[in-house]
Ligand binder design. Structure first.
Ligand code: ATP
Length: 882
């Protein structure tokens, strides 16, 4: 039986599939997904661990040990190699898994008609036969044939390589028409740039055109981030330093006629000491963990490299509505020629309370205004019990909600005024026009920015009578809207006309009134903006809204002050090529850009980047995509944003809130700091080993550290404490510093000095410890090599473990984030237990060349350990170490 169509849907798709039928088809045809992007297989990740030059060097050391019959050392190196490989493998697996989990978080829903209603379903669940509803900004979920379209255009570059949008119409073409010419079809993976329409799904998943060219999407590979590349470069550098040192030791050894075997052992020890195993992978893990943490703060970062760039961001260009303000779409004032109504409160349950002018609500102008609001809209709003279903632009759903609260039957109105055509809203035109048929009457409804609507009006209605709109009345309405905008209200104008034209034109309209929406700033926004200021990040408001509204909100938020109160209007903005140096300066200085179009956002990003800034830019519309791509960090809105903007952005804000950007930047900075701490810790620890081994070798001392011992030290110090540093929750200090220059290396000149001093102090203290032991505890002419070695070995472990606390920022002596980092304490506890266990197993003790210890020996070890810690702390406290 034929059912009457619901609202504005075309008859053919009005019913859609039933949920039961859809479920059956889903079983038959399978999910609408491209075969999961080929993940790096577990085996590949495992093999990847063997590839690093460090592993090769360690492998060489092991082979040399075997060649010279040092079976114990050789086997130990192999075991340590394997442990390292396993740890690296585990970490990389974690990183890959977190990335995958994040991908799931950004899957986009599709709008379909099911059981006669338009609903949003996960795009995986789309089946052939589903009626899709698409509108500007949507990613198309499946290949579908157009049934009805209104000014529909799609960008199909992903499929055809053609970057200009193509018009799409309900004009069936033969099936063998080449893809670019199939104007009757929408294809999965492409997106709508303009208009809206209905289309019936023909193919899903791998059967779609894009599914057929599966390689296009499966080749996607996560490239190494700049940070990972920098770390790899650093490791390579270290290997060369090691090779140089080895050559020096061997040369001196040959010159002094050292025992050859001893020389080889020392060379192996040096190689082992210098290598900070697992350096690059910890960076990946820290970045991936950062992404998960940011996701908890509602900021979904899509690329690892974005985490880094976030830390260096120094300008945020943000829109206003919904990002800085609540986007509450609560009607505050309605003004028509016949009077003004002020709404005190729009309750959730649809009850309106009035501040004044309630009597006007039944006047012809107000009723007409509400009719225009309901008809000139593609949103859906329905209520079942206490639950509301809202689909579409929040401004439009807000208007529908208000119309229902004001007593309108929106479904009945839409049925009696079937929509026959529309000029969709764009941020450029700032208005929307629809055409409706009611019996024999044709009716045009329009809504949009006040100055736009008024510029298309020739008449105005007063108590239902249509009068000419003269310039004085025109000016009166412009002034009135500015007055309300200056109170921070978002203004929207409404107009209509009776029409008998064949074509939809937005001219000769009758102005019927305007609505001011209350849109207060989000709580805590002022503090978030203050935090940006402290962190050296400038915030610019780039809005499509009226300058007066923008200025009021900006000053309420403390975004502008007397020195920065100029507003740049979209219409004043020249194209990039025409800009003079003076204009560029003005753009750099201004904090508010109002009535700006998406194209101008792109120009602004270009100019700011030309001046060397790292720019984050928010955007929600389909036309914002180029600016989002161009920005160093493109930020899309998860709730309000179009699907395309979410697709091209580097970061998606699940809650649309600016505060999430600030939290993400803070997190980005913390991650970078953690990685830096981690590198400083590893390098200074390993350098201290190098110094000790090289000193003993070059001075021909009677004791030396053995490769196995160095491996053990690295195993206990490099792994857990270093990992704990990577997990540090960071201090608030990071948001009091200026943004980092992204080109700056991880370790700058100053930090290198710090690393050498840290390492020098640890090496000297432990060597002095051995000497003190000999002088105070074990005096005599003959040095006992084993006890000397043991003192050196244990105090070096102790010094390195305590050294983890030196990574706290700031100059306070026993305070700082590492003292409060529970992971650090856990890592020390576990490491101490590992050492205890190793010592208590006789075979391991023997392999590590450890002998019995007296209390006096332990006191010397503790002394050397604490001395090294305290000296480094004092140097830091004095501000000598940065
Ligand atoms: P921001 O850019 O800060 O998010 P905005 O949402 O006001 O602010 P746009 O979406 O570009 O910016 O809208 C510009 C103007 O167009 C608005 O001030 C409003 O007057 C009008 N407008 C917004 N949405 C619609 C719509 N769906 N239909 C008609 N007019 C609209």
């Amino acid at each position: 039986m034929h059912q009457p169509p619901e609202d504005n849907k075309p008859v053919t798709v009005a019913r859609g599939l039933s949920s039961e039928e859809a479920a059956i088809r889903l079983k038959t045809f399978g999910p609408n997904a491209l075969i999961a992007q080929k993940q790096r297989s577990t085996l590949i990740i495992l093999l990847h661990q063997f590839k690093s030059p460090m592993m090769l060097l360690l492998g060489l050391a092991a082979s040399l040990s075997f060649v010279f019959g040092e079976w114990l050392d050789g086997s130990a190196i192999v075991i340590v190699l394997l442990i390292n490989i396993l740890i690296g493998f585990w970490m990389e697996l974690q990183a890959v898994r977190s990335m995958h989990a994040l991908k799931d978080m950004i899957s986009l829903p599709a709008k379909v008609v099911r059981d006669q209603r338009t609903v949003e379903v996960p795009s995986d669940e789309i089946v052939p036969g589903d009626a899709l509803y698409v509108e500007a900004g949507d990613m198309i979920a499946a290949d579908a044939q157009i049934i009805e379209s209104s000014e529909l255009q799609a960008e199909e570059a992903a499929l055809t390589g053609e970057s200009l949008p193509v018009s799409k119409k309900n004009e069936p073409m033969p099936a063998d028409t080449p893809l670019p010419d199939r104007i009757d079809m929408l294809f999965k993976g492409t997106f709508i740039t303009r208009g809206n329409g209905y289309a019936v799904v023909q193919a899903t998943g791998m059967k779609t055109e894009i599914g057929k060219i599966a390689s296009m999407v499966q080749g996607a590979h996560q490239a190494a981030t700049p940070l990972e590349k920098k770390l790899e470069a650093l490791s390579r550098k270290l290997i060369w330093v090691t090779v140089g040192l080895l050559a020096a030791v061997v040369l001196v050894g040959v010159f002094r006629q050292f025992d050859f075997l001893e020389l080889i052992k020392t060379a192996i020890a040096l190689a082992v000491a210098a290598i900070p195993e697992g350096l690059p992978i910890v960076a990946t893990l820290a970045l991936a963990r950062g992404m998960i943490k940011m996701a908890k703060y509602k900021a979904i970062v899509k690329k690892l490299s974005a985490v880094e760039t976030l830390g260096g961001t120094d300008i945020i260009c943000t829109d206003k509505t919904g990002t800085l303000t609540q986007n509450r779409i609560e009607v505050s004032t309605i003004a028509c020629q016949s009077g003004i109504v002020e709404i005190a409160n729009e309750e959730d349950q649809g009850v309106l309370t009035y501040r004044s002018g309630e009597e006007h609500m039944q006047s012809a102008d107000f009723i007409r205004l509400l009719e225009v609001a309901v008809l000139c809209s593609t949103a859906e709003y329905s209520t079942t019990g206490d639950a509301h279903t809202m689909i579409g632009d929040p401004l439009e759903t807000g208007l529908l909600r208000f119309a229902v609260a004001a007593g309108m039957d929106i479904e009945a109105l839409r049925k009696t005024h079937r929509m026959e055509g529309q000029i969709p809203f764009t941020s450029e035109t700032k208005m929307m026009v629809t055409r409706h048929r009611s019996g024999n009457r044709i009716w045009v409804a329009a809504k949009g920015a006040m100055e736009e609507i008024l510029s298309h009006c020739t008449h105005i209605s007063r108590d239902g009578r249509v009068e000419a709109l003269d310039s004085a009345v025109h000016k009166h309405w412009i002034d009135q809207s500015e007055t309300l905008a200056a109170k921070g209200l978002r203004m929207l104008g409404f107009a209509w006309k009776d029409d008998d034209h064949m074509y939809l034109t937005p001219d000769d309209l009758v102005f019927t009134g305007m609505i001011g929406f209350l849109d207060p700033p989000i709580a805590g926004m002022k503090e978030a903006l203050g935090e940006c200021q402290n962190a050296g990040i400038e915030v610019k408001m780039i809005t499509g809204d009226h300058p007066a509204t923008a200025k009021t909100i900006a000053s309420a938020l403390g975004l502008i002050d007397a020195a920065h109160d100029e507003i740049i209007l979209g219409k004043e903005m020249k194209s990039v090529e025409q800009l003079t140096a003076e204009d560029r300066k003005k753009w750099l200085h201004a904090r508010i850009f109002a009535r700006v179009s998406p194209g101008q956002k792109l120009d602004l990003v270009t100019v700011l980047q030309d001046e060397g800034h790292i720019v984050a830019m928010t955007g929600d519309g389909v036309n914002d995509a180029p600016a989002l791509k161009k920005a160093d960090i493109g930020i899309a809105m998860g709730i309000r944003g179009s699907q395309v903007s979410q697709e091209v952005a580097d970061m998606v804000l699940k809650d649309d809130a600016f505060t999430s950007i600030v939290r993400a930047i803070k997190q980005g900075r913390i991650i970078f700091e953690n990685i830096r701490k981690f590198v400083v810790y590893l390098l200074s620890s390993n350098l201290s080993e190098l110094m000790v081994v090289a000193t003993a070798a070059l001075l021909g001392l009677h004791f030396q550290l053995f490769p196995l011992q160095i491996l053990f030290i690295n195993l206990v110090s490099d792994v857990l404490p270093a990992l704990a540093l990577g997990m540090s929750s960071g201090s608030d200090e990071v948001m009091k510093q200026k943004p980092r220059n992204p080109d700056e290396p991880i370790i700058s000149g100053q930090k290198w000095v710090t690393i050498w001093v840290y390492a020098g102090v640890m090496a000297i203290c432990t060597l002095v410890g051995v000497w003190m032991h000999h002088v105070l505890i074990d005096p005599g002419d003959v040095w006992e090599p084993r006890i000397s070695n043991n003192i050196l070995f244990l105090s070096l472990i102790g010094a390195q473990l305590l050294h983890v606390f030196n990574m706290s920022e700031g100059r306070r002596f026993f305070r700082g984030e590492e003292f409060g980092n529970k992971y650090v304490w856990w890592s020390l506890l576990i490491t101490a237990s590992v050492i205890g266990v190793a010592y208590s197993i006789p075979q391991v003790r023997e392999a590590l060349y450890l002998g019995p210890m007296m209390w006096a020996d332990i006191i010397v070890v503790a002394g050397a350990t604490f001395a090294s810690f305290l000296i480094n702390r004092i140097l830091k406290r004095l501000g000598w170490l940065k």
